[in-house]
Ligand binder design. Structure first.
Ligand code: UD1
Ligand code: UDP
Length: 363
């Protein structure tokens, strides 16, 4: 069986790493794969570092699309992936992960060429159509043949949308496979000693969703509220490239605020593991905090990962900066919920996916 594995943006790299390992672990080499990097993310600290740290092989192809508007980026990925398929060969399956533009663009190209699409992390829904990711999820799932899910809720969403249940496989979470594999190899980042961080003596912040970073007033409000109610602890903020512009514009200086570049996976998760709390609008990070049992606040009005709230340590607090204070008060009163680990987030999702694909191929 021949598979194209597509990855383009930071969270994709973390999700594909264990899938490639599981293919390599097959005893009879039943799967031949090519790794296609679309080039959606391209800076070393958004791409290259993950390949090094997570032992992901060098991509067989890099489509080098870079940034652009939604249509420019999506269109460019589609044109380049279609050309690659025409110039080389057509695999049996195109495996895409998550919900970024690379996911949707390559799945459309593959489906139109009669190649089966396997979608890892299918079925999750925020029901918020203003998010580019929700459109990417719905479009991708509308042309997927094999649906691999991280939760029973995702299975239910797919069934409700008319997908037949034989095509849906609840396998767990490949992002958590990576965490399980690397949790004993996390690395203390340089900032740890330079500003004297210690377990529970800092807050960790990441913000990158357009709905937050494209609104100056909201960003200013978030930073002011967090700094005012953080009990004088340091706030470490690795700044995503999309967020950089607004940070420069706001010119916020505060003795407790430490702006740093996006971090390597091993350094970032060292900071997650030891943080008093993580405040974020990332989807993936809420899954990692849930598994590590670290309190987490999500600055969004909805989530496609409800189990991080109902089972895990995450609180979905909305996007009004004034909502932050009561949650930080609760945190410092040591009243945060404990949380548990969602079903099948156990480190073996990628193996399940590959076993299922091998099995389907033999039918
Ligand atoms: C994308 C995904 C989002 C995901 C996020 C993970 C879509 C629609 N969005 O958002 O779902 O949560 O990745 O981080 O696919 N840039 C750089 N260097 C890089 C990458 C990006 O400078 O290596 C800058 C460019 O100016 C680019 C902008 O960041 O235009 C946005 O990048 P893009 O990939 O379009 O979207 P993200 O906001 O990163
Ligand atoms: N991450 C990282 N360094 C950082 C910020 C995040 O390694 O500075 C990792 C994080 O541990 C998680 C993934 O990137 O595995 C989440 O990606 P991101 O927040 O960009 O995307 P989302 O999950 O919101 O789509």
């Amino acid at each position: 069986m021949r598979i194209d594995i597509i990855a383009g943006a930071r969270p994709n790299f973390i999700k594909i790493a264990p899938i490639i390992s599981a293919i390599k672990d097959l005893k009879n080499n039943e799967i031949e794969y090519r790794l296609i990097h679309t080039g959606q993310h391209y800076d070393n600290n958004m791409s290259g570092t993950f390949f090094q740290q997570l032992n992901i092989p060098t991509p067989d192809y890099n489509l080098e699309v870079g940034g652009g508007t939604q249509a420019e980026q999506t269109g460019s990925i589609m044109v380049r992936y279609e050309k690659l398929l025409n110039d080389s060969f057509k695999p049996d399956v195109c495996l895409v992960v998550g919900d970024v533009n690379s996911t949707m663009a390559c799945s459309i190209v593959a489906a139109k060429m009669g190649i089966k699409v396997a979608h890892v992390e299918s079925g999750i829904r925020s029901n918020d159509w203003s998010m580019p990711e929700e459109i990417n999820r719905i479009v991708t799932d509308s042309i997927t043949s094999y649906f691999f899910t991280t939760s029973i809720t995702a299975n239910k969403n797919l069934v409700d949308q008319g997908v037949s249940s034989e095509k849906i496989f609840f396998v767990g979470n490949t992002m958590i496979d990576t965490l399980e594999k690397f949790k004993s190899k996390l690395i203390k980042p340089d900032i740890w000693d330079s500003i004297k961080l210690d377990k529970n003596n800092y807050l960790l912040l990441t913000i990158h969703r357009p709905a937050n970073v494209d609104d100056d007033e909201k960003m200013k409000g978030y930073l002011e509220e967090i700094l005012e109610h953080s009990n004088n602890l340091s706030v470490v903020f690795p700044v995503h490239p999309r967020t950089q512009k607004v940070i420069e514009k706001l010119k916020i200086n505060h003795k407790n605020l430490y702006l740093v570049e996006p971090m390597g996976y091993l350094q970032f998760n060292y900071l997650v593991k030891n943080a008093k709390i993580v405040i974020t609008d990332s989807g993936g990070i809420t899954e990692e905090t849930t598994v590590m049992g670290v309190p987490c606040i999500t600055l969004r009005d909805n989530t496609e990962r409800p189990e991080t709230v109902t089972v895990g340590t995450n609180e979905l607090i909305g996007t009004n900066p004034l909502s932050i204070k009561p949650f930080l008060v609760k945190l410092f009163d040591e009243k945060w919920k404990k949380g548990e680990i969602p079903d099948l987030w156990d480190g073996f999702a990628a193996k399940r996916i590959i076993d299922i694909l091998v099995n389907l191929n033999q039918q």
